[in-house]
Design a protein around this ligand. Structure first.
Ligand code: ATP
Length: 363
């Protein structure tokens, strides 16, 4: 079983906490993505799993074995980094063979495993080339091949696609997903790219400032973000926030923002929310109509800029209180014009409320 367990793992560098106490069990065969902004501690976490960094506290298990104090080479893991780390003076074949030779595998077995891996990654025709004779994408596949050929218990990948151009990155992303479906090996994957995290991960760990913010399946994190940080990190364009207060009159709960009042529901959620709050709404959950009578179902806005790329359009608007609000339209037939007055309406069940100042999601 290639489960990976982090038990009270933390890492301090001098006075700086790179990773605060972290508890996480990565299931056998899982594709787990660590995601967060630069400096949030994801690489340090991966390097501790790899054995390249010693935890300041806690224990690390691979399967049932405590590997906290084991050398990287004794952990049965393979790593793929953003710089492909192929040996430049060796052909792709020799690069793939290297770790198997170190392990003194029989010559026939080495040849067979290289052929199988190369076929899977479609690099058979490149086996006798040197890294300098390969494109970035081909080098990336060769580096993946070098990791795969070892048949490790766990793959650790740190931004392996970040040096590829957008088209190749999307293609390689799909290849990696397929590869995982075929090999079913545990993968721990680090990225700062939320699209990679959403599309590749069976589970995502969102980190900020060395602290795990939320762990969950991609859609769970998108639909039920634990706090404002997660809500603004997952989703594109990100969730937008409006300041105001929640008040209740009789059965009616409403949100009073700068220059608008929005009815939230007819029955008060439990516990009753009241006072200063931040309202969160995703651009894809907003619809618009020409400005009309204000009845508490929409926010009056004026259009500033329209960006239309055919399949979708972003309508940048400004509220009466001067806050920006973007509407994302899919396959737009008609977009409003700059200067036009609109009523912008949230779709059913699409409003989030966050506490001030902690930013914890309440509804
Ligand atoms: P990036 O996406 O930029 O790689 P990251 O989320 O992977 O960022 P880490 O590399 O894990 O972040 O770094 C976490 C924090 O620890 C950062 O503030 C970084 O400056 C610090 N840090 C990392 N390695 C060391 C080190 N060897 N010595 C001191 N501080 C370090």
């Amino acid at each position: 079983m290639a489960t990976v367990t982090l038990q009270n793992i933390s890492k301090q560098f001098a006075n700086h906490t790179a990773v605060a106490t972290m508890n996480l069990t990565i299931a056998d065969g899982e594709f787990l993505v660590l995601v967060g902004p630069s400096g949030c501690g994801k690489t340090t976490t991966l390097r501790m799993i790899a054995g390249l960094e010693t935890p300041s506290s806690g224990n690390l298990f691979i399967g049932e074995t405590d590997v906290t104090h084991r050398e990287p080479k004794d952990r049965d893991i393979a790593m793929v980094f953003q710089n492909y780390a192929l040996y430049p003076h060796m052909t792709v074949r020799a690069n793939l063979a290297y770790s198997l030779r170190l392990r003194r595998r029989p010559r026939e077995e080495i040849a067979r495993r290289i052929e199988e891996t190369a076929a899977m990654l479609e690099i058979t025709a490149l086996l006798d080339r040197y890294p300098r004779q390969l494109s970035g994408g081909q080098q990336q596949r060769a580096a993946l091949g070098r990791a795969i050929v070892r048949q490790p218990q766990v793959f650790l990948m740190d931004e392996p696609l970040s040096n590829l151009d957008a088209r190749l990155r999307a293609a390689t992303r799909a290849e990696l997903i397929q590869l995982h479906q075929r090999l079913k090996t545990t993968i721990v994957y680090v990225t700062h790219d939320q699209v990679e995290a959403m599309t590749m991960g069976s589970r995502i760990v969102v980190m900020n400032d060395g602290v795990v913010q939320q762990v969950g399946a991609p859609l769970e994190i998108y639909r039920r973000p634990a706090n404002r940080f997660v809500a603004s990190f997952i989703g594109s364009p990100p969730m937008q926030f409006l300041q105001g207060t929640v008040n209740q009159t009789g059965e009616q709960v409403s949100f009073t923002g700068r220059g608008f009042r929005l009815k939230l529901s007819s029955a008060a959620p439990e516990p009753v929310l009241a006072g200063e709050m931040i309202l969160g709404i995703r651009p894809e959950h907003l619809v618009w109509e020409p400005a009309g009578q204000e009845d508490g179902t929409g926010i009056p806005c004026v259009v500033a800029v329209v960006e239309n790329i055919g399949s979708e359009a972003l309508i940048h608007t400004t509220t009466a209180g001067g806050e920006g609000l973007i509407i994302k339209m899919i396959n737009p037939e008609r977009t409003p014009l700059p200067g036009e007055n609109l009523t912008v309406k949230p779709g059913p069940g699409s409003i989030y409320l966050f506490t001030v100042p902690d930013g914890v999601c309440q509804a």
